[in-house]
Design a protein around this ligand. Structure first.
Ligand SMILES: Cc1cc2nc3c(=O)[nH]c(=O)nc-3n(C[C@H](O)[C@H](O)[C@H](O)COP(=O)(O)OP(=O)(O)OC[C@H]3O[C@@H](n4cnc5c(N)ncnc54)[C@H](O)[C@@H]3O)c2cc1C
Length: 483
């Protein structure tokens, strides 16, 4: 995909340079820079894919660029400023909240900035990369550079996502149950503000004083102010700007969805790669028994998190299992047929004893909660783990595909997906609330996701505009109840 973008870019650059050469020649220093940065104007016609992301929402834009260097990023922002237009930053456009979908103005697509700039082993292992590098490319580079000794834990399922995009939405994922969200691994950022000025911001160095902050730009000017006064809830949370008293100011930019500046370089922390990693998918007779199992295993893990090695717990309801099964993906992957619901567990640790002890402990909990032990899928090799992950990925992919198809006849619909996390005590309550609303309105849906953090995704698949509206209202009800 990256190659295709570069190819399209090179071709369009020639066409556009010719088409706009008069305009460029007459427009002074800023515009002469545009020849290199490549501003393209017929976005809807020539670059329709760049008006949408995985949310399937479709936007509009006056122009788009694919800068390949910091200088070009600066030139493209100067162009947007000269036109008094907003700029929407894009990474790989895998986002599911339409953050990369423009609403007019200029699209700054960073997919060509995909270099690994450096690796460091001291004081602690880290890697410095450009924002367009994908998670998959990052993982491969870390594995090859360190011989598999170090790894980068965040795992937001979609491995084509770019580093810039994952920083901007503070991506989490299955393993956040143990490893935490993306921000935990961002130790330094180089940011370009909309006015073209740049700043370097480092974890542990640039901090707020209470809620007051001051940041120095590279040219020596100071930006300062007062952070918002709201409190971040003590559950997994990615809404709004992250603020805390005495906070590391880098965290203001992580999760800011590109609204505060463009990330053009990131330093990411690596950690030791646990030598033993395995996953297990268990079939449960019902959703109720799956929730009871989750509660039991989680309580055991919370008592001794490091020894338990439990890094992820993912849930699949009956609808999600059926959807992937109907797609024939499950058959190809060899997924066991589950009648009720399924839970995926992932463990990271050390040595063969670790694996055997965890499997035996988990086996007891599975048995107590009525799991079908003959129908469990244990993945201990990289290849098997890869198949389990492909299965997990297949659920949101299938949903996106179906909604994409339905959109052809009902253009106003989009996927409706919740992203609500609640405290441990409220898991059963929120699940009951979801079930009640979905049944009351008869909406087609699947439920899957990060049950370890009480953060499942309810995906409604609206068949028409009426169902879409009903689904939206239901989501507002749920959001109010969760908050
Ligand atoms: C199948 C699937 C499963 C997923 N599962 C999970 C999950 O389990 N957990 C989870 O947390 N997420 C999940 N996601 C969402 C995932 O985290 C995002 O899709 C991804 O992080 C976005 O990266 P991107 O490069 O595609 O960014 P884009 O979609 O291009 O952009 C996302 C946001 O980042 C901003 N942005 C992009 N680059 C920069 C930059 N360099 N500087 C400043 N702002 C920038 C954009 O303006 C936008 O606001 C899933 C997505 C898919 C498709």
């Amino acid at each position: 995909m990256q190659d295709a973008v570069v190819f399209v870019y090179a071709k369009r650059l020639d066409d556009d340079t010719r088409r706009h050469s008069r305009f460029i020649r007459n427009s002074g220093a800023i515009m002469s820079g545009m020849r290199e940065a490549g501003i393209h104007y017929r976005v809807e016609h020539d670059f329709p894919d760049y008006l949408r992301d995985e949310s399937r929402r479709i936007g509009w834009a006056e122009s788009i660029s694919f800068p390949a260097s910091v200088t070009e990023v600066r030139e493209c922002l100067a162009y947007a400023r000269s036109r008094k237009e907003p700029a929407t930053v894009q990474g790989a456009r895998t986002g599911i909240t339409a953050g990369a979908v423009p609403e007019g103005g200029h699209v700054l697509n960073l997919s060509r900035m995909q270099k690994i700039l450096s690796f460091a082993r001291t004081p602690s292992p880290s890697v410095v990369v450009q924002p367009g590098l994908s998670l998959e490319e990052l993982r491969t580079a870390v594995r090859e550079e360190t011989g598999g000794k170090w790894f980068f834990p965040p795992d937001p399922t979609e491995t084509s996502a770019s580093v810039g995009g994952m920083i901007a939405c503070n991506a989490s994922g299955a393993r956040s149950f143990f490893y935490g969200p993306f921000r935990r691994y961002v130790t330094g950022l180089r940011i370009m503000l909309f006015d073209g000025s740049t700043l370097l911001i480092r974890r542990g160095v640039d901090r707020a004083h209470n809620r007051n902050f001051e940041i120095k730009t590279d040219s020596g000017s100071t930006l300062g102010g007062l952070l918002p006064s709201y409190r971040i809830p003590a559950v997994k949370n990615a809404s709004g700007y992250y603020v805390q008293d005495e906070m590391d100011l880098i965290d203001l930019f992580v999760g800011a969805e590109g609204t505060l500046g463009v990330v053009y370089e990131a330093e990411l922390r690596l950690i030791l790669n646990p030598p033993v990693q395995f996953g297990l998918l268990a079939c449960l007779p019902s959703e109720k028994s799956a929730l009871a199992l989750v509660r039991q295993v989680r309580e055991q893990a919370r008592m001794r998190p490091a020894q338990s090695g439990l890094v992820a717990m993912e849930f699949f309801d009956h609808g999600a299992l059926e959807l992937v099964g109907a797609d024939s993906t499950a058959v190809e992957l060899g997924v066991p047929a589950c009648a009720g619901a399924a839970v995926y567990f992932e463990f990271h640790g050390d040595g063969q004893d670790f694996l055997e002890n965890r499997v035996s402990e988990l086996g007891q909990s599975l048995e107590q909660n009525g799991a079908d032990l003959d129908n469990a899928w244990l993945a201990a090799s990289d290849q098997e783990m890869g198949r389990l992950k492909a299965f997990r990925h297949a659920v949101p992919e299938a949903v996106n595909r179906i909604v994409g198809e339905r959109k052809k006849t009902a253009p106003e619909i989009t996927k409706l997906g919740t992203d609500l996390a609640v405290p441990d005590d409220h898991l059963e309550e929120i699940m009951a609330l979801y079930r009640e609303g979905l049944e009351r309105l008869g909406l087609e849906h699947v439920i899957f996701g990060h049950i370890g953090d009480n953060h499942v995704h309810v995906n409604i698949l609206p068949r028409n505009a009426d169902e879409y509206e009903k689904g939206r209202k239901l989501y507002h009800e749920w959001t109010r109840a969760a908050v």
